[in-house]
Design a protein around this ligand. Structure first.
Ligand code: NAG
Ligand code: NAG
Ligand code: NAG
Ligand code: NAG
Ligand code: NAG
Ligand code: NAG
Ligand code: NAG
Length: 557
């Protein structure tokens, strides 16, 4: 079969079939079009993700108007419109402990088909139909809304299965956050629905949109905005100031770098954060003095979030190239893929001195992903050896997510206000997967995985391990695939579980995470990696599946 024929055949096949004829290397594979611009993405079932865009002129329509929400089907690589009421432009989202997806905040719409989304709460209840038939977004602006108007907020699932919602702005500001919402709130609400003012958000102005936050294994939350970092204690309502990012590097919108919590491992689940890319530009320079040609930073900063780790401070390392708006995706084997972004410029649309092709504040898209190996020695962790190069720019308003098949979904990029065609940085509808080498090999399989996992429990599953694998290394990862938007993958999490392989290689005895702080309760996928060959993910409900807030479960560590 010729190269062209093979690509065409692959395009029309389901994700699992993509494995067939390729050598065991990383591959980009194009697969269909997203129908709407994929500005936000979240995996909501083994076969479905949701994309959100701005209410604008997207080609996919529903009920006689352009759609701004769509279900992406991993089996057919097609998009089906969802009918939303309010404008989900630059909103955030996550999954609750009961499996419901929540989309939060948004903007004042540019088209009459949509309503003001700034206080919106959009629910998508757990969907059992593989194609999403009958599954829909529920909104009710009267009975279900945020306490404050929030555009560009972020949200993350916390230890009681609720979402913590942070920051944003009240309305349209051209570049910097000049109309900030410097507070936290929760869904379902805490404190009688009264938002909590945040000194941290105040301090991190004017580059604090989409603050990057992670639930730590003790239930507190690490946050980074601009070059400032804290640990916030949700129960005590206190913040502890941590060291600033070194060398003037700033990582939140509109100077988007990205951040992730590195994989947590038993027995101690010691948290470490990795913060990469963004810009070291002075945040007092007026937007019109900034250039799309200003270099981004190649800096990654990493810190262990223990008393001794914080005392030691940030450890600096460098990517192979500068990146603004990168994404970091955790892989089931514990490595991190760094993808997307641009070598110069900033986030946001047409707000600086010299936007390029046509309204992009950024230029020089980075087209080759890198891979970060957390346990390699400093200076040897980042490599792009064996990584393919794409010709599709993924800059502002693009997404990346691990899928249940174990590959990386890439979509979007629209540094323009509306759907724009025929320009250099046009609206990008082509969807791609970045397939890891495992997808070209015979993969191990997890069998009869229970649908629900209690905390701190030993359980057994059957496995099928290809005969050619020696099984010298066995890793079992419990993963939240997170919510992707604006170079931030909120709620993304990997917790390794202790696992012992039976002598007949047919079963694994696994120990679930000790408690709901190590893994906030909610939907997850379990992946098995045998000698670096990864299985597909099996969906589980972690915890009892009750609606938030749920009580502490399991044992303290
Ligand atoms: C962080 O940014 C602020 C405001 O621009 C600046 O005053 C401070 O020196 C920066 N911190 C570091 C470590 O560069
Ligand atoms: C911004 O650019 C203008 C015009 O070039 C210049 O006069 C001004 O000093 C610059 N301001 C800053 C803060 O760089
Ligand atoms: C280029 O951008 C401007 C606004 O910045 C817009 O008016 C114009 O229509 C755009 N051109 C194209 C071809 O999209
Ligand atoms: C985007 O499209 C909307 C609706 O068609 C229109 O009102 C608005 O002016 C457009 N904005 C730009 C910057 O082209
Ligand atoms: C963009 O323009 C090209 C050339 O006119 C056309 O073939 C293509 O379908 C357009 N794409 C979209 C998404 O409208
Ligand atoms: C499941 O594992 C048990 C214990 O190792 C083994 O006896 C049994 O044959 C396995 N079943 C399958 C379907 O592999
Ligand atoms: C999950 O909890 C939320 C918040 O209370 C609620 O709105 C939603 O309907 C619940 N979903 C299920 C499936 O119980």
């Amino acid at each position: 079969m010729g190269f062209t024929t093979r690509l065409v055949a692959l395009t029309f096949c389901a994700g699992i079939v993509l494995a067939a004829p390729q050598p065991a290397e990383w591959h980009f594979v194009e697969a269909g079009t997203s129908g709407i611009l994929a500005l936000e993405a979240i995996v909501v079932s083994p076969t479905l993700a949701i994309f959100f865009d701005r209410a604008t002129n997207d080609p996919l329509t529903i009920n006689g108007h352009p759609a701004w929400g769509a279900l992406w089907n991993f089996e057919t690589n097609t998009a089906t419109a969802l009918d939303l009421v309010s404008d989900s432009f630059c909103a955030s989202g996550g999954l609750l402990s009961n499996g419901t997806m929540v989309s939060l905040g948004g903007n004042i719409p540019a088209i009459t088909a949509a309503q003001d989304g700034r206080m919106a709460i959009r629910l998508f209840e757990p969907c059992d139909d593989p194609a999403g038939r009958g599954c829909k977004i529920i909104e009710n602006a009267e009975t279900l809304h945020l306490a404050e108007t929030r555009w560009y907020p972020s949200s993350l699932r916390i230890f009681d299965g609720s979402l913590m919602i942070a920051g944003g702005m009240h309305e349209d500001t051209p570049f910097y956050n000049t109309d900030p919402v410097n507070s936290f709130e929760f869904f379902p609400p805490k404190d009688g629905g009264v938002p909590r003012p945040s000194a941290f958000l105040e301090r991190s102005l004017p580059v604090n949109l989409f603050p990057r936050g992670f639930a730590l294994p003790d239930g507190r939350v690490f946050m980074v905005a601009n070059n400032q970092t804290i640990i916030y204690d949700i129960e005590k309502k206190t913040e502890t100031i941590l060291p600033d990012l070194p060398n003037g590097v700033r990582v939140t919108n509109p100077f988007d770098g990205t951040a992730t919590l590195l994989p947590l491992s038993p027995p101690n689940f010691i948290p470490e954060v990795l913060v990469c890319g963004g810009s070291s530009t002075d945040d007092r320079i007026p937007a019109l003095n900034l250039s799309s040609q200003d270099p981004a930073t190649d800096q990654c900063s990493r810190m262990e979030l223990t008393a001794s780790g914080i005392k030691k401070g940030w450890q600096v390392e460098h990517m192979l190239e500068p990146r603004t708006m990168p994404e970091m995706i955790l892989l089931p084997n514990g490595q991190v893929v760094i993808t997307n972004g641009a070598g110069t410029g900033y986030a946001a649309v047409a707000s600086i001195r010299d936007p390029v092709g046509n309204q992009s504040n950024a230029d020089h898209p980075v087209l080759t992903p890198s891979i970060y190996t957390p346990d390699a020695p400093l200076g040897k962790r980042i490599s792009n050896s064996g990584m393919p190069t794409t010709n599709i720019a993924r800059m502002y308003h693009s997404i990346a997510s691990l899928t249940p098949m174990g590959n990386i979904l890439l979509a979007g990029s629209n540094p323009n206000a509306n759907v724009t065609n025929g320009t250099e940085f046009h609206t990008e509808f082509r969807v791609q997967y970045l397939n890891p080498p495992s997808m070209s090999l015979t993969r191990p399989k997890l069998l009869n995985v229970p649908q629900q996992l209690d905390f701190n429990k030993k359980f057994s599953v059957n496995v099928s391990i290809p005969a050619n694998l020696k099984a010298t290394s066995i890793k079992v990862a419990l993963m939240d695939l997170g919510f992707s938007s604006h170079a931030f993958h909120s709620s993304q999490r990997l917790v390794f579980m202790d696992a012992t392989l039976s002598r007949d290689r047919k079963s694994l005895t696994i120990t679930s995470p000790p408690n709901n702080r190590v893994f906030p309760p909610g939907p997850a996928f379990v992946f098995l990696t045998v000698d670096d060959v990864m299985s597909t993910g099996e969906r589980v409900m972690v915890g009892n599946g009750a609606s938030p807030p749920v009580a502490d479960q399991g044992v303290k560590i």
